[in-house]
Design a protein. Structure first.
Length: 163
């Protein structure tokens, strides 16, 4: 047996004003997308903005349903809308943020496990790393370069049976 240790690397900014203008714009678009959230059960409103390689920006927000598995996270709403409307155009970066009815979100909001796997698939499809800009209402903002940082033991298609 051998013990393996992995570490992650990301950029941590004190707040959004320290971001490069393009990243700040994408996070601002994600913050605006929060207003379209449908979250009557969790009361946790998430917004995401996707910048494509051609410069277009597509936004999405979480959409809950009384039957919880039927809802979708903001990240998947935005990514699926982007790749559906701009087929063949790689996703370059995604910004994610949230607000809550009962408290202030003062830390970066990372994607859930299902969203991480969905985003990984588009990295594999297009052969490029996707940058993530993770913010809250206030506080630090993290910039992550590539999904393997957040999902180091990624499930790849070579794990599926092939004919």
């Amino acid at each position: 047996m051998r013990m393996v240790t992995q570490s992650i690397e990301y950029q941590a900014f004190t707040n959004a004003t320290e971001l490069a203008p393009a990243d700040r714009e994408l996070l601002d678009r994600a913050r605006k997308a929060v207003s379209t959230s449908h979250a009557p059960y969790s009361r946790y409103h998430v917004g995401a903005a996707v910048r494509l390689a051609n410069g277009n920006i597509v936004t999405g927000s979480n959409q809950e349903n009384m039957s919880f598995p039927a809802g979708l996270c903001a990240e998947r709403v935005a990514v699926f809308a982007a790749v559906s409307n701009y087929p063949g155009v790689p996703v370059a970066s995604i910004a994610i943020t949230a607000t809550a009815d009962a408290f202030e979100v003062n830390r970066p909001v990372p994607p859930c496990g299902m969203c991480r796997q969905a985003i990984v698939e588009f990295e594999m499809k297009y052969g490029n790393k996707i940058r993530l800009i993770l913010g809250g209402q206030t506080g630090e903002v993290f910039v992550v370069h590539g999904m393997e940082t957040l999902l180091p033991l990624t499930f790849h298609e070579d794990g599926l049976a092939k004919k």
